[in-house]
Design a protein around this ligand. Structure first.
Ligand SMILES: Cc1cc2nc3c(=O)[nH]c(=O)nc-3n(C[C@H](O)[C@H](O)[C@H](O)COP(=O)(O)OP(=O)(O)OC[C@H]3O[C@@H](n4cnc5c(N)ncnc54)[C@H](O)[C@@H]3O)c2cc1C
Length: 395
């Protein structure tokens, strides 16, 4: 039976780049992918535009315990190399507010250039090959699929991603494979995710978008801040501002620390509290009804909650409510809607500079399966490409 130099589990962002990197070094490579097609998550990324990197990539954007590892990878394959790599594949990129996209604005272009290179390098991709077992054999590994197929390799690279959006492929099954080989897994959590709140305000305003400042508050302590679009939904709060600040809130919920979890929403971030109070005073003195009081400051749909917002309070009280409306968080929208996974293979068990396992020889990891945390803005895909490229060298 044929034995490959390298088998890569996962034809996602990091696995495809790892395969290119390995094949360019004349290694025999096989990619095993559980889905019927490769790269589904790439296609969904950036709302279909694929925010593939950021102008400002550096270890400081990643979790402190991972920064040494991240630095050792970006040192070899940083922003310039990522752009050069894609340019060489035929993909030109542009930057918008620091975030880097393909000029076509189509994530499908990113996947296509990778797939063309995989084809040109004659790397076989076994689709519908869901790896369910890995065993050590003489001189390498036997990799067994759920459907009974088996392949052999000298070196094994696990690029199976996190656990979010299982419909796009990564369902967390590779955590079990890594754990089975002796690795410690930091409990995975869904992050960059909308939050649920049983608050009639959300239900009444569902579908309404506003520009807001938001703070995550756990047991009275501010744990995250963001501003941007907030969307009221029938289940709670969504929009980029919520998703951007959700990580510590989601971890507090799912890891079970913090009893009192709230979101503070500043619904009028463009005015300070005193200016807002002065404006309400002016409107009240002119005889504005409570319903009309918010016109021009908040969308008209807010009329239906004007009683709650204005109540019988004076201008100062109303301004205070608008600047700090609290929502008790009951949960998150979970795995099916989260963008990233927090947690994964513990960083200390992975060798700096090569991404080889520190406890199992000839086994490598890349991409989101490692406990790497980064904000939105292209940092996660940048890590996937860079770690894939370096892991594929299998040094
Ligand atoms: C909706 C959405 C939008 C996003 N947008 C952006 C963005 O614009 N910019 C950004 O930087 N990041 C974005 N991300 C995050 C980014 O897509 C991921 O961090 C990145 O894809 C991780 O790459 P990966 O190779 O580690 O995993 P993946 O790309 O998830 O690939 C893993 C592959 O492994 C396969 N696999 C898993 N288990 C097995 C198994 N047992 N056997 C065989 N195959 C297996 C999966 O099917 C999958 O194809 C987004 C994520 C989501 C969900």
């Amino acid at each position: 039976m044929k034995k490959y130099d390298i088998v890569i589990i996962g034809a996602g962002a990091s696995g495809l780049v790892a395969a290119i990197s390995a094949a360019r070094k004349n290694k025999t490579v096989l990619i095993c992918e559980r889905m019927p097609v490769a790269g589904k998550k790439i296609l969904a990324s950036g709302g279909g535009r694929c925010n593939l990197a950021n102008d400002n990539i550096g270890p400081s954007f990643y979790n402190p315990q991972a920064q040494g590892l991240v630095e050792s990878i970006f040192y070899q394959f940083g922003k310039e190399k990522i752009i050069e790599f894609f340019k060489d594949l035929g993909l030109t990129v542009y930057s918008q507010d620091g975030r880097i996209f393909p000029v076509t604005n189509q994530a499908s272009s990113v996947l296509s250039v990778l797939e063309i290179e995989i084809k040109n390098l004659a790397v076989p991709v076994e689709l519908n090959f869901e790896v369910s077992e890995i065993s050590k054999v003489d001189g390498g590994y036997a990799v067994l699929a759920k459907n009974g197929k088996k392949v052999f390799c000298g070196k094994l690279l696990i690029a199976g991603g996190g656990r979010t959006y299982p419909a796009l492929g990564s369902d967390g099954s590779c955590y079990d494979l890594a754990a089975g080989l002796g690795h410690k897994i930091i409990t995975p959590m869904p992050v960059s995710v909308a939050l649920t709140a049983k608050d009639p305000f959300c239900h009444l305003l569902q579908g309404q978008k506003i520009f807001a400042g938001v703070k995550g508050i756990v047991d009275g302590k501010v744990v995250s801040i963001a501003d941007g679009e907030l969307i009221f939904t029938k289940y709670g709060l969504s929009g980029t501002a919520i998703i951007d600040m959700s990580r510590p809130v989601s971890c507090a919920i799912h890891r079970g620390y913090g009893r009192d979890i709230e979101i503070s929403v500043d619904m009028a971030p463009f005015m300070d509290k005193d200016a807002l109070a002065a404006e309400f005073k002016r409107r009240l003195s002119k005889g504005f009804s409570r319903e009309d009081l918010f016109t021009g400051i908040l969308p008209n749909k807010f009329r239906i909650v004007s009683k709650e917002l204005a109540g019988g309070g004076d201008a100062d009280t109303i301004a205070a409510v608008l600047k700090d409306r609290r929502f008790k968080v009951s949960g998150t929208r979970g795995w099916n809607e989260a963008e990233f996974t927090d947690g994964g293979v513990e960083v200390s068990q992975i060798k700096i500079g090569t991404l080889e396992s520190a406890i199992v020889k000839n086994l490598y990891f890349c991409g989101e399966i490692i406990d790497i945390k980064a904000p939105r803005g292209g940092y996660n895909l940048a890590w996937a490409w860079a770690s894939g490229f370096v892991a594929g060298l299998t040094r």
